[in-house]
Design a protein around this ligand. Structure first.
Ligand code: ATP
Ligand code: MG
Length: 367
C-alpha cells in the first residue's frame, strides 16, 4: 500500500500557511489490512480510519457514484484497485486535489498548483455537481482566502448556478448548511461566503431575506475586522431580519442557542440601545432584565458589542458606555443591607428592584 498526504495540508503548505490537520489517502489497501495494522475505523460503513498514534485521518482511495438527490445519495467503491488519480478526481477543488508522497513529490494531475499560483477556486471535474455541499465549501474557501485574492473560476460559477437551477441546494441537510456557515463565520472575510452564494443564486434559496448589499453584510465585515466572535458576527449579519424571519432561519438550520439568543436580543433591543440615554430608570431596568444581564454578563457584553457595530455601520449613537454604567449601578447595590432586613420571598425581590431603581435614578441625576 502507498500513503499520500492530501487536501488542506498540502494546499496550505504550498500557500505558506500553517497546517492544522493532516488528511491522508491510502492506495492499494483493503479495510482488513488497515485494521490489521492497528488503524481504527471511523464509521462502520465508511473507509476512513484513524492512525493508532497520531489520530490523523486516513481514507482509502475511493470513487463515488451519485445514486440520489442531495448529500445522502452516494455510493462508493474503495477497493484496493482504485488509483490515486481516480481518488483525486472526486475531490471538490483542484487546489484540494494535490497529493504529496512520502518523499515530498507532488502528484497533481488536475493542475492544482497552477490554480494556487493563479489564485483560482476551480472544480476538478463535472462530478462536482453531484454534491451541493461543495457550493458551500467553495463559498467558505472564498471567505478564507479572499485576503490572498482568490476568486471562483467562471466555469465553476456557471456549474454552481446549474446546480442551483436543478434544485440541488434545496436538498441540502440543515446540519451541513449550518456547519459550513458557522465555519465561514470564523474565516477572515466571512462576507465573501454570502457574496459567492449570492453570485450562484443559492442565497435566495438558503436565506430568503438576506440582502448582500444591506446593513447586515457591512456590519459583518466590520465585526470580522474587530473580533473573532462568531456569534457576534452571526447576529450583526442578520440584524435586518425581523423576529419571525430570524426564528424561522434559526429553527430551519438548528442554529445553536448562543448564536440565536444573541441575534434575538439584538433585534429586540437595538432600539432600546439607541434611546438608552432618554429612557427612564424603570425602562432601563426592564431592558437589563430582558437581556438577563444579572445572570448572563458575558452575553450582555456581546450584546453591547453587537449594538456598537450596528450603530457604527448606521452612523448612529454608541451607548455602550452608558448602558454599562447603568448595569454596574444596578449590580453593585448593597446586597448585605438587603439580606440584613430578614425579609421573605417577594419582599426581597421587591426591595432589590427598588434599590436598583434608586441606583439607576441616582446615576441619571448625576449626569
Ligand atoms: P480545511 O483546512 O478546512 O480542513 P480541507 O480542504 O482539508 O480544508 P476537509 O473537509 O478536511 O477540507 O477535507 C479534506 C479533503 O477532502 C479536501 O481537501 C477535499 O479534497 C476533500 N473533500 C472534503 N469534502 C469534500 C466534498 N464535499 N466533495 C469533494 N471533496 C471533498
Ligand atoms: Mg482538512
Amino acid at each position: 500500500m502507498k500513503v499520500y498526504l492530501v487536501g488542506g495540508a498540502v494546499r496550505d503548505q504550498l500557500l505558506g500557511l500553517p497546517v492544522s490537520e493532516k488528511d491522508w489517502v491510502v492506495v492499494g489497501a483493503s479495510v482488513d489490512e488497515m485494521l490489521k495494522k492497528g488503524y481504527r475505523q471511523v464509521g462502520k460503513d465508511f473507509p476512513v480510519f484513524l492512525h493508532p498514534k497520531t489520530n490523523d485521518e486516513y481514507a482509502l482511495a475511493r470513487v463515488e457514484r451519485k445514486v440520489g438527490l442531495g448529500y445522502t445519495g452516494f455510493d462508493f467503491d474503495a477497493s484496493p484497485k482504485v488509483t490515486l488519480e481516480e481518488d483525486l478526481l472526486r475531490r471538490d477543488l483542484t487546489i484540494n486535489a494535490i497529493a504529496q508522497s512520502e518523499d515530498g513529490t507532488l502528484i497533481d494531475p488536475y493542475h492544482g498548483k497552477e490554480d494556487l499560483d493563479k489564485k483560482i477556486l476551480r472544480h476538478v471535474s463535472l462530478a462536482f455537481a453531484e454534491d451541493p455541499v461543495r457550493i458551500l465549501r467553495i463559498a467558505r474557501f472564498a471567505a478564507r482566502y479572499k485576503n490572498l485574492s482568490f476568486h471562483v473560476a467562471d466555469e465553476t460559477l456557471i456549474l454552481m448556478r446549474q446546480m442551483v437551477n436543478m434544485g440541488e441546494v434545496n436538498a441540502l441537510v440543515a446540519e451541513r448548511v449550518w456547519k459550513e456557515w458557522e465555519r465561514a463565520l470564523q474565516e477572515k472575510n466571512p462576507e465573501e461566503f454570502f457574496f459567492v452564494l449570492e453570485s450562484c443564486n443559492a442565497l435566495s434559496v438558503l436565506l430568503p431575506n438576506f440582502d448582500v448589499s444591506g446593513v447586515g453584510i457591512k456590519a459583518l465585515s466590520r465585526a470580522a475586522s474587530l473580533s473573532a466572535d462568531a456569534d457576534v458576527r452571526f447576529a450583526v449579519s442578520l440584524f435586518t431580519f425581523n423576529l419571525d424571519q430570524a426564528k424561522i432561519i434559526c429553527e430551519r438550520y438548528r442554529v445553536p442557542n448562543n448564536y440565536s439568543e444573541l441575534l434575538m436580543l439584538l433585534i429586540k433591543h437595538y432600539q432600546d440601545y439607541q434611546s438608552a440615554k432618554k429612557l427612564s430608570a424603570i425602562h432601563l431596568l426592564e431592558v437589563l432584565k430582558a437581556v438577563d444581564v444579572f445572570r448572563r454578563e458575558a452575553r450582555f457584553k456581546k450584546f453591547l458589542f453587537a449594538c456598537e457595530i450596528i450603530a457604527e455601520t448606521l452612523s448612529e449613537l454608541n451607548n455602550s458606555e452608558w448602558l454599562n454604567q447603568v448595569y454596574l449601578a444596578a449590580k453593585n447595590i448593597d446586597m448585605k443591607a438587603i439580606t440584613a432586613k430578614n425579609l421573605q420571598g417577594n419582599d426581597i425581590a421587591d426591595l432589590i428592584k427598588q434599590t436598583r431603581l434608586a441606583a439607576i435614578e441616582n446615576l441619571i441625576d448625576d449626569v
